[in-house]
Design a protein around this ligand. Structure first.
Ligand SMILES: *[C@@H]1O[C@H](CO)[C@@H](O)[C@H](O)[C@H]1NC(C)=O
Length: 282
């Protein structure tokens, strides 16, 4: 007596019948489909979705079309990521011009604070460089591109603050915007910040947003703790986030910091963008 289907190894497919063959095909199709999607997910670097290039017909308004690809990282705070915003040569050039002028980074002080009482909050070294001081023209090119990406004119930006974080150095979570209740009345306010990562960091040194999407906002958050949305620095990539809501008030979820560098060295050029133009167009 023969059991049906036991002849598969014998190669007699006719005994299988049509429904079995259909099921087998379905099985291999699904296995292939899910298998390949699993495989491709492993290739995404830094948990970022690869940016797709979109072909389009340019309007005849400008002589050339420049693509500035970006990815939305978060809506709360509003944060965008710009892969390959600057070239490796531009990054190297900025580091070179900043290196000779590094000093310990300082903080804007609230009432009652002193440089001594706050010195552990921000332990990097840095320097301010305006594009007019840069004879190589690199900072001018970067500034131009930031203006295009944000659609905020160049003269709304402060000079670049180029920072170096060595192993163990960090910046506790803070706001870039100045709350008048803490800092007194302000002539103008910081609307947004653009961070250009000038180096890869082997380990640590992420930019963190601990309150992303309203997480961790209870009063127990320790401002040194490295939690929430973390962005790993990658040379040439840019990070833009807005400190203010569209109505001009400070967005509490724009709180951010720099996790301590564990391995390697972190270099970043920061541009703070204001709500009013500065007279000097640098
Ligand atoms: C500004 O906008 C935020 C977010 O929509 C809202 O929570 C806040 O109440 C607004 N503040 C004012 C003064 O309109």
């Amino acid at each position: 007596m023969k059991i049906r289907g036991s002849k598969i190894s014998g190669g007699n497919w006719r005994t299988l019948g049509l429904p079995s063959i259909f099921l087998l095909c379905l099985f291999f199709f699904l296995a292939g489909f899910f298998g390949s999607s699993l495989f491709s997910q492993q290739e995404i670097p830094n948990n970022l979705i690869p940016v797709k290039k979109i072909e389009f017909e340019a309007l005849p308004l400008e002589e050339s079309v420049e693509e500035i690809p970006f990815q939305i990282l978060s809506w709360n705070p509003r944060a965008l990521y710009f892969p390959n915003f600057a070239t490796a040569e531009q990054c190297e050039g900025i580091i070179k011009m900043a290196k000779a002028h590094l000093r310990p980074s300082s903080l804007a002080l609230r009432k009652g604070e002193t440089a001594e009482s706050t010195k552990e909050i921000r332990t990097s070294s840095g320097t301010f460089i305006s594009s007019s001081e840069d004879k190589t023209g690199i900072l001018d090119q970067i500034e131009e591109k930031i203006a295009k990406a944000t659609m905020i004119p160049k003269n709304y930006g402060e000079a670049f603050n180029v920072l170096r974080y060595e192993i163990g150095q960090r910046y506790d979570s803070h706001y870039d915007a100045f709350n008048p209740a803490e800092y007194g009345p302000q002539k103008s306010q910081r609307v947004a910040s653009f961070l250009l990562y000038l180096s890869d960091v082997e380990e640590g040194g992420e930019t963190m947003f601990p309150y992303e999407n309203g997480e961790n906002m209870d009063s127990s958050y320790d401002f040194r703790k490295c939690i929430g949305l973390k962005v790993k620095p990658r040379r040439g990539d840019g990070l833009l986030f807005y400190s203010l809501f569209p109505n001009g008030t400070i967005n509490p979820t724009s709180l951010h910091g720099s996790c301590p560098v564990i391995k390697g060295e972190k270099w970043v050029a920061t541009k703070w963008i204001r709500d009013q133009g500065l007279d000097e167009d640098y």
